[in-house]
Design a protein around this ligand. Structure first.
Ligand SMILES: Nc1ncc2ncn(CCCCCNC(=O)c3cc(-c4ccc(F)cc4)cc(O)c3O)c2n1
Ligand SMILES: [Mg+2]
Length: 214
């Protein structure tokens, strides 16, 4: 059976990255996906915006929707303080072991818990099953038409507090119009737009930061 693109990305990281060195894992994925096979990692350019917002948030508990190969989980977890933790939700069973392996090569396995399933099924369990109180930072990078309904779920399950920071990928392309409608012109959110480019491409894309005001 032919290997998948995601398996080939893992092979490249396993062969080329320095064990325990998160930066080298990120560099290896970015190199592979810009030179060999495009893949939907947040990438190096939008990754710098993600870094900036994670540093600003300095989260104790962070959530990511859409793990894929674990690139943004490594990007986020490498910036977390010792007591902090990242929960990352992925429903594609093929990607979960690949992401786990990539996160382990980066030496960040203690900082990241991958939860397998759909965000809409796992968000309601975060407090009861995963002992989460509130979320300090959320990175949205899953189905674009799930950003808005899952943000509403986060609100309804009391997972956001005054100052919780949401950061959404792909506001430009593929786009998440319902999410923008929900957070912009909404007295409960303070929004900031970050124009950028689609990972590894010249096409325009953007990220949106939405701070929950309570
Ligand atoms: N509900 C739920 N719960 C949990 C889950 N875990 C995974 N999923 C499903 C996630 C499926 C992948 C999501 N990501 C994208 O579709 C995406 C696409 C592009 C892109 C594509 C083609 C182009 F030509 C240009 C750009 C670029 C990006 O940066 C993207 O992030 C879940 N869903
Ligand atoms: Mg994305």
């Amino acid at each position: 059976m032919d290997q998948s693109k995601e398996q080939r990305i893992l092979n490249s990281v396993s062969y080329n990255a320095i064990k325990g060195d998160a930066e080298s894992v990120l560099d290896c994925i970015d190199k592979y996906c810009s030179q060999k096979e495009w893949a939907m990692n947040v990438g190096d350019e939008k990754g710098l915006i993600l870094d900036k917002i994670v540093k600003e948030a300095d989260p104790t508990v962070a959530l990511e929707l859409g793990t894929y190969c674990g690139y943004s989980a490594v990007r986020i977890a490498r910036l977390l303080k010792p007591s902090a933790h990242l929960f990352s939700i992925e429903f594609n069973a093929e990607f979960v072991p690949i992401a786990k392996e990539i996160i382990e090569i980066a030496g960040l396995e203690d900082k990241v818990t991958i939860l397998e399933g759909h965000a809409q099924d796992i968000i309601p369990q975060l407090k009861t099953k995963y002992n989460v109180d509130t979320l300090d930072f959320v990175f949205l990078d899953h189905w674009k038409d799930r950003y808005a309904p899952d943000t509403i779920l986060l609100e309804q399950y009391g997972l956001l507090r005054k100052g919780s920071i949401l950061l959404a990928d792909n506001i430009g392309f593929p786009g998440a119009p319902d999410f923008l409608k929900h957070v912009r012109n909404n007295e409960h959110y303070e929004c900031t737009h970050y124009p950028s480019h689609l990972e590894y491409m010249k096409a325009p894309d953007a990220m949106e930061k939405a701070v929950y005001l309570g």
